[in-house]
Design a binder for this molecule. Sequence first.
Ligand SMILES: [Zn+2]
Length: 202
Amino acid sequence: MKLQRNEKCPCGSGKKYKKCCFLDPAKNAEIARAASLANTQEELFQLISKPMEVYQLKVDLIRMGIQEIEEEVSRTFEVEGNHTLYDFHMDIQYAFNWDNDHMFSFYLNGKLFDRESEYSANPLGEHTVSGFGTPSKSAAITQIRDLGLTENSSFLYLFDYGDELVHEVKVEKIRDKGDGDIKLPNILTELGTPPSQYGEFE
Ligand SMILES: [Zn+2]
């Protein structure tokens, strides 16, 4: 849908769009996104008035290089649907105490190194495209709500293509954001101690 700046704002305020949400970068980004997905005025209004969803995501460290992780080392997060995959990568880096000093990828179909379902970036969030095969998609501009996730779906997060820290991410719950959700992202549970990123040579 194309937004007309002189028409009424899709938020329903009654004011002209150019004098309302157009002036607020965050609201304007939401409206532009909804407009890109909607075919009718009705759909646009529905998308804008929909509450933000909160995703409960459990991240399990399953392998470091050739070493399988036997004991559970996991962190469970609550993040909003407009969180990007890059934001989520940073949550994981912080919660597992990794150093964010290497490339990373998410593989949405659960197959490591599968380019078709890959979203990647470097530590600064820049999308680097290698010359081989299908280029990966950008983790920095892709939001969690754009991935078509459902409860119980899972995918992989790979940090560091050399040392291969492999994590499985499970979608445990998807719910509407409530008034109690003031501070998100949030870490719900922390199980086990992540090993040193650099092994015994740290
Ligand atoms: Zn408005």
